[in-house]
Design a protein around this ligand. Structure first.
Ligand SMILES: C[S@@+](CC[C@H](N)C(=O)[O-])C[C@H]1O[C@@H](n2cnc3c(N)ncnc32)[C@H](O)[C@@H]1O
Length: 278
């Protein structure tokens, strides 16, 4: 039986997504916007926006003469982003529920900056998708991509998928980045400074550089379980009843404590580049 679609998974994260925002999505979104040198008056396209961490940060920076378009295919997350923008008094941002891999490319992209936090590794055909998105940026405009750095979440997801496998009575996962026997997770192609610089150049960007945002979150039970329920990790719980989910939760939290993990490594790699000038 096919698993839940990615859209269903992300819509289901909606009640929990913003528990993670102050710890991870928020600071990473602020850094993405700062390192992408988003400036007053810019027109920004934020893709895979979720509840708007980087989109809202960009809207605060570009001011009333700038504009942000935020796109995500999870309508429930976009609804929350809209509410947050409204509550923050931001009127220079609009929201679209759309698959960002289906946005038509163009030769004369009209955006000054494209931002994407923790999204590119979900896109099928990551290279072609990002190459196409780059065409929406004007020649000489910028792209800023945020992804997990290297060992980020490594122990954390390892403990989680081990517990999911125990409860589902499936074989233990070969590794945290490969919870199934499928091909390596696309994140493994872009999780160091060197790899992401090479990759972003290979999809058409120039003047690429990358740096790491150190993001260590104290490991509390509340944060750890919110990080599961408020992220794509939640998808692995699909099909489990309440007791089974509780079993995963208890085993996972106990395992994290027993492994002596005192902080969750959420280090974020941010790469910035440019669409070549025409
Ligand atoms: C881990 S969340 C990150 C959200 C946000 N950028 C942040 O940093 O808080 C990944 C997001 O990518 C979105 N997403 C994944 N694939 C997508 C696609 N093909 N089109 C639109 N959105 C997509 C998901 O719905 C989800 O909101």
């Amino acid at each position: 039986m096919p698993g839940p679609s990615l859209v269903d998974t992300f819509n289901s994260t909606s009640p929990d997504f913003d528990f993670v925002t102050p710890f991870v999505w928020g600071p990473a979104g602020e850094s993405l916007v700062a390192r992408g040198r988003v400036a007053l008056g810019d027109r920004v396209l934020d893709v895979c926006s979720g509840t708007g961490a980087s989109a809202l940060a960009a809207a605060r920076v570009v001011g009333p003469d700038g504009h942000v378009t935020a796109v995500d295919f999870a309508a429930d997350l976009i609804d929350r982003a809209k509410t947050s923008a409204y509550a923050a008094g931001l009127r220079n941002i609009d929201f679209r529920v759309d698959d960002v891999t289906a946005l038509p490319g163009r030769d004369d992209g009209g955006y000054d900056v494209l931002t994407c936090g923790f999204g590119v590794f979900f896109l099928p055909g990551m290279d072609d998708s990002v190459s196409n998105l780059l065409t929406l940026v004007r020649p000489g405009g910028r792209i800023a991509i945020g992804v997990w750095h290297d060992d980020a979440l490594y122990d954390f997801t390892g403990a989680y998928f081990t517990e999911v496998a125990r409860v589902k009575k499936t074989p233990p996962p070969p590794g945290p980045r490969a919870p199934s026997d499928g091909p390596p997770h696309p994140i493994t192609r872009i999780d160091t400074e060197e790899k992401i610089v090479d990759w972003l150049e290979s999809v058409g960007a120039t003047d690429v550089s990358a740096s790491v945002l150190d993001l260590r979150v104290p490991r509390t039970d509340e944060f750890s379980w919110s990080m599961v329920l408020g992220s794509g990790l939640r998808g692995a719980l699909a099909g489990l009843d309440t007791d089974a989910v509780d079993d995963v939760r208890t085993g996972f939290l106990r395992r994290l404590a027993e492994e002596g993990i005192v902080e969750v490594d959420c280090d974020t790699l941010i790469a910035v580049g440019q669409r070549p000038a025409a």
